[in-house]
Design a protein around this ligand. Structure first.
Ligand code: ATP
Length: 380
């Protein structure tokens, strides 16, 4: 736009508008301002959250649950949040949903400052905390959805068609006249998702959406989550299901004691956790009475996890990837690694386990390796 070609009055009105809006001019183009990230459904910046100690523990002072969390969820992408129980995932979801105010930091939902204008932010997001609560159980699906559509500010004349749209999206069309208590657990969970989609939010916050569901229903919910993301909604997903996260997430943040350890693709998380290949097998007591011998042999090249299974041990060796560039067995192809392990048994005149399997490490293995890292006991 050529400002010189405008009358002085029009130019002043335009400049005044630009000063009081979120728009900047750089060589005649609109460029993003702070809090106006075009691709962000959610932006958390240096978020901290503390809780006052319980009355009996007041002298201990506030308990810090989240420390300096910065996280972005892009539109159309699924950002997963994984961590052990009590790591701070639900607290973070509650802050993103405006249910909880951070002690410090900034929260922006679809470009809206959620701390300055929580009601505008709420209109742009959907929240699924799941579980059996959250609906009027004796009222019908339709009555519940009309109530929540009103809360979501869906215009009255569009209300029933909007409800029809979201019920169809989750496969609950036909259930409108059923009381909520008549729905199965999986159907109730789908209704939670339908409710969160009312008003076409730009951000969906899903806290363990498939928790407690049978595998078939969980599969359906997962494909629903993917299709919602594909429609351009940014999704923040917390889950203890590592396979689910691996399948769905574009980015995975691992949170530990209220801090983000790493955030990126599965490959980034695996590199951070320093785990490349996993060897798993069953060890009989007549093969190796003391798994400590195996642990000593692996040494610093990996992590050995054992768990009893009847009289046997189930063993997983999380081989570090650092030695992939070096000389250790983890640097070999899985076949070479398998051969190396076979030699361990042969050198001790022991049978090589028949079920020995070497496979690439997944998210669960990376997570276990992080939990087993030195010093982790102190903070996990
Ligand atoms: N209202 C509260 N008052 C005091 N402490 C709280 C409160 N809410 C959460 N916490 C504490 O904050 C920590 C993190 O809890 P949060 O529920 O966010 O963990 P989480 O990662 O979601 O755990 P889980 O996987 O078990 O659901 C826990 O130590 C919890 O006890």
């Amino acid at each position: 736009m050529d400002l010189q070609a405008l009358s002085t009055e029009t130019a002043f009105i335009l400049i005044d508008f630009i000063k009081h809006s979120n728009i900047g001019i750089r060589e005649g183009c609109r460029y993003p301002q702070a809090g106006d990230d075009e691709s962000s459904a959610l932006a958390l910046s240096h978020v901290w959250r503390s809780f006052a100690g319980r009355r009996s523990r007041r002298r201990e002072g506030p308990h810090t649950v989240l420390s300096d969390i910065s996280l972005k969820v892009d539109r159309g992408k699924i950002q997963a949040l994984v961590g052990l129980n009590g790591a701070g995932k639900t607290t973070l979801v509650k802050i993103a949903s405006t249910l909880l105010i951070p002690t410090r930091g900034e929260v922006s939902v679809d470009g809206v400052d959620a701390l300055a204008d929580p009601s505008q932010a709420r209109k742009r997001l959907g929240l699924v905390l799941g579980g059996d609560r959250g609906f009027y159980p004796r009222a019908t699906v339709m009555a519940n959805m009309r109530f929540f559509a009103d809360l979501a500010d869906v215009p009255y004349r569009l209300r029933d068609s909007e409800i029809g749209r979201v019920l169809e999206e989750v496969g609950l069309n036909g259930k409108e006249r059923h009381a909520v208590y008549e729905l199965s657990r999986g159907q109730t969970q789908r209704l939670h998702i339908a409710r969160s989609l009312l008003g076409s939010p730009r951000l969906l916050l899903l806290d363990e959406p498939t928790d407690g569901l049978d595998p078939g229903v969980a599969l359906h919910i997962r494909s629903l989550i993917r299709s919602v993301a594909d429609s351009g909604v940014g999704i923040l997903l917390t889950s203890h299901g590592m396979e689910e996260v691996e399948e769905l997430a574009d980015r995975i943040a691992v949170i530990d004691s209220g801090r983000i350890l790493v955030n990126g693709s599965l490959e980034v998380v695996r590199r951070f956790a320093d785990v490349g290949w996993v060897a798993s097998f069953t060890l009989r007591p007549d093969q190796l009475a003391d798994p400590g011998i195996l642990i000593g042999w692996v040494g610093r090249r990996g992590v050995v996890l054992t768990r009893p299974s009847g009289p046997n041990w189930m063993v997983s060796i999380l081989w570090k990837r650092a030695s992939e560039e070096g000389s250790g067995p983890a640097g070999a192809e899985p076949t070479r690694l398998g051969r190396e392990m076979a030699r361990f048994f042969a050198d001790r005149s022991l049978d090589c386990p028949a079920d020995l399997l070497v496979r690439p490490a997944g998210l669960e293995d990376a997570f276990l390796a992080l939990a087993a890292r030195p010093g982790a006991e102190a903070d996990l």
